[in-house]
Design a binder for this molecule. Structure first.
Ligand code: MTE
Length: 330
């Protein structure tokens, strides 16, 4: 398995992408916002953070369609680091249900049908239900979030997601007093996901968070990337994004969300419990048996950079783990 980065092309259509290696320039962003503001706000009748979709943008045929999105200033959680170009973010992927090579998910994503799609929500909630993805999406305004993503394999990207905070969804379902964790289950369908015809992992892919992690404002459900509908290889139509944890926690193509009293099992804990823990917080001080976690290679860059505790989000999330030994709870 090669982890060689693809070329460093930028997407000229995407106003968020600047010259590779440069930083998003807040002044330039502001001027762009000012220029676009009149038309977009008038057209949408919405505020800066509110994004809407073109009719049919969520449909299967509309894969890759642009969202209608007013320009905006960087939000409080956005990194100013250079965004990973769309081409690289969508051709260098981990999605074992679509193959184990980094190029496989993009090659095989055509078999994954993101519409029609329902998400079952059950367990310790007062309002269990099965909801159509378009209805679920209509409950929340979409927000841009530019997050670092650090894979346990030692590479990283900067991803401009579109999504909504998971907290809003959980609160809407009204957790019972027994709810302590959230389990996420990905699609199980070997016809759509050819990788499930091999037993490289136990299927379906499952992941979990502690309830306070799930409610944290950094935790989002993503439905878009780079202003477009989320491509299959990145986890269409709905994936989790938890930016302070290794990428494997950010489960793709979710069909079920279950609130539980007990800590749920996760796919990678079942596969190799000594290598992958439940918490999986990015931690340069705790090496993985096969990969140092001290440094990382940012896709599109030469050389390596230092990995930051909690992937650079320590100010926001370190408090969640006060008093815990993060060497034991890795
Ligand atoms: N979700 C599912 N269902 N199956 C997977 O194999 N791989 C994980 C995570 N989510 C995976 C998954 C891993 S290891 C990583 S690093 C990220 O997805 C990669 O996300 P990206 O391909 O969008 O960059």
């Amino acid at each position: 398995m090669s982890d060689k980065p693809e070329s460093n092309d930028t997407d000229p259509q995407d106003p968020r992408i600047l010259i590779p290696g440069s930083e998003i320039n807040p002044r330039r962003e502001f001027l762009r916002s000012a220029a676009l503001f009149t038309g977009t706000v008038a057209a949408l009748g919405g505020g800066l953070e509110i994004l809407t979709r073109r009719p049919g943008a969520g449909s299967a045929e509309a894969q890759g369609t642009d969202f209608v999105r007013p320009a905006r200033l960087l939000g409080p959680y956005d990194t100013k680091e250079a965004v990973t170009p769309y081409q690289q973010a969508t051709t260098y992927n981990n999605f074992y249900e679509l193959g184990t090579d980094k190029a496989d998910p993009a090659r095989n994503a055509g078999s994954l049908k993101p519409r029609p799609w329902t998400v079952k929500i059950d367990g310790e909630v007062k309002k269990p239900q099965t909801v159509d993805i378009d209805t679920l999406q209509s409950w929340f305004p979409l927000e841009d979030r530019i997050y670092r993503m650090r894979c346990v394999e030692g590479w990283s990207m900067v991803m401009p997601w579109l999504g909504f905070p998971l907290a809003g969804l959980i609160r809407r379902l009204e957790p019972t007093s027994k709810a302590k964790y959230v389990q996420f289950t990905a699609l199980l369908d070997p016809k759509q996901l050819p990788g499930q015809r091999s037993n490289v992992l136990d299927w379906p892919y499952v992941e979990g968070l502690r309830l306070d992690e799930a409610l944290h404002p950094l935790t989002i459900m993503a439905v878009g990337l780079h202003g477009k509908v989320l491509p299959g290889q990145n986890g269409a139509p709905l994936r989790l994004v938890v930016p302070w944890k290794y990428g494997f926690k950010s489960i793709k193509s979710i069909v079920k969300i279950t609130l539980t009293e007990k800590q749920p099992q996760t796919t990678w804990m079942s596969a190799a419990p000594s290598e992958y823990g439940f918490y999986a917080n990015v931690n340069p001080a705790v090496p993985h048996p096969r990969w140092s976690q001290a440094t990382e290679r940012r896709i599109g860059e030469l050389g390596r950079r230092k990995t930051l505790p909690f992937n650079g989000y320590a100010d926001e999330v370190a408090g969640l783990y006060k008093g815990m030994d993060l060497r034991k709870n890795f």
